[in-house]
Design a binder for this molecule. Structure first.
Ligand code: ADP
Ligand code: GN1
Ligand code: MG
Length: 371
């Protein structure tokens, strides 16, 4: 990471209301680097992020998307007469040249307002999960009227399962890190499920499923709660907001919050589906999303949890096979540990599939939205 003086130099290129004095690492994302920035009184005021431009190769498109999304949500909140809007939607600061990011010749940087008295969780209670469900559904609802083409695909085919399997098969065939033999059993388990996990792509080709604007990274720590009231303040981490299939946004929440263990738990006994968290999220989500979901999408929501967990198993294993080139790792076999934990969660979701699918019945009975 850059030295303090370099970070302060980077920050000096932004049009910020207050003078800043320090920046320290913050958050635990696998892709970008996040830092919190303090003013001269030592209060945290801004969030500085270094964009991983090897992952987000079109930084202009990425930043345009984020500006479009935040401006659209801000307008919706103003129309609703919501107060304290700067804590409910991210506020980014331009550079002194009026751009939404700063390029230092090597890296791309952006700065947003730090939302005071906010908290993000790695684990949630059913009560918090219900609030998160309402918030992510509302997030999709607010973006539903963005005109087609308003947002670019920042990572093409990001949640396309067929594409992820293709990348996985290439990684197996090339076996760059010489690890394919060691993970033979996982490769078989993945192939055994491959067809069943590509339902969305098939339905889309048949014209039976449409794309919507999704967040595409609804990890539990990508939502900020009010530290005082425990209500949701703001949906954050907007890099992957783009057109995709609606199951992504229930799927990644089940995969992260609906896991009794950690994403990279070494102790597989800890890992399994947390049914109360799934049920509470679904209840909240359906309150805000039912109006725009089709019966078919509603029926498929629990499948979304299995799908996103399967997809993440495939993606972590692909990176392990490729020699750890995509996700940040903390130790050499980290991606394998992640693969094992995600696969264990998938097995647990499969065991509970009938019960989770049946949970959707009341909404299916009352659903009237059509494709
Ligand atoms: P990444 O996951 O790529 O590291 P995030 O944008 O999710 O980046 O930020 C990481 C963490 O930093 C979040 O989980 C949250 O706890 C905190 N955070 C991010 N942006 C803000 C903000 N504007 N105000 C307060 N906290 C924030
Ligand atoms: C990455 O950056 P972060 O940690 O929020 C990844 C997600 C994965 C997630 C797995 C751009 O998200 O797709 O689901 O790791 N983001 C990108 O934890 O690939
Ligand atoms: Mg994040």
């Amino acid at each position: 990471m850059n030295m303090k003086s370099e970070l302060l130099d980077i920050l000096s290129h932004f049009e910020l209301p207050e003078k800043v004095s320090d920046a320290e690492p913050f958050g635990n994302g696998h892709i970008n680097d996040t830092l919190k920035v303090t003013n001269e009184q030592g209060e945290t005021k801004y969030v500085l992020q270094r964009i991983n431009h090897l992952v987000f190769t079109n930084v202009d498109m990425l930043q345009n998307n984020i500006c479009t999304v935040t401006a659209h949500i801000r307008k919706k909140l103003e129309e609703r007469g919501v107060e304290d809007i700067d804590r409910k939607v991210l506020h980014f600061f331009p550079t002194k040249e009026g751009k939404s990011y700063y390029y230092d010749g090597e890296n791309y940087w952006r700065v947003c307002l730090f939302i005071p008295r906010s908290i993000s969780y790695e684990e949630v209670t059913p009560e918090l999960s219900y609030e998160a469900g309402k918030a992510f559904g509302d997030f999709q609802a607010m973006l539903a009227d963005l005109p087609e083409g308003a947002l670019g695909e920042t990572i093409p085919n990001f949640h396309n399962m067929e594409f992820r399997l293709q990348q996985f098969r290439e990684a197996v065939a090339e076996d760059k890190a010489g690890r394919a033999g060691e993970v033979k059993d996982f490769i078989e388990e993945i192939e055994r499920r491959a067809d069943a996990m590509c339902i969305q792509e098939r339905l889309y080709r048949e014209g039976k499923l449409k794309k919507r604007t999704n967040h595409c990274d609804t990890k539990v720590n990508n939502i900020l709660f009010d530290a005082d009231t425990q209500k949701v303040l703001c949906v954050i981490d907007l890099d992957t907001v783009m057109p995709g299939f609606v199951l992504s946004d229930i799927g990644d929440f089940i995969r992260t919050a609906g896991n009794t263990g950690a994403e990279d738990d070494r102790n597989l006994d800890n890992v399994g589906v947390n049914i109360p968290v799934f049920e509470a999220y679904t209840r909240g989500y359906m309150e805000t999303a039912q109006a725009f979901l089709t019966p078919q999408e509603i029926q498929l929501l629990p499948y979304g949890g299995r799908l996103l967990t399967y997809m993440q198993t495939v993606r972590f294993l692909t990176d392990y096979l490729n020699g750890d080139v995509y996700y940040k790792i903390q130790y050499p076999e980290h991606n394998l540990v992640r693969t094992r934990a995600q696969f264990k969660l998938l097995q647990s979701l499969e065991t509970h599939a009938a019960e989770m699918d049946a949970f959707m019945k009341p909404w299916l009975a009352t659903s009237s939205a059509f494709l």
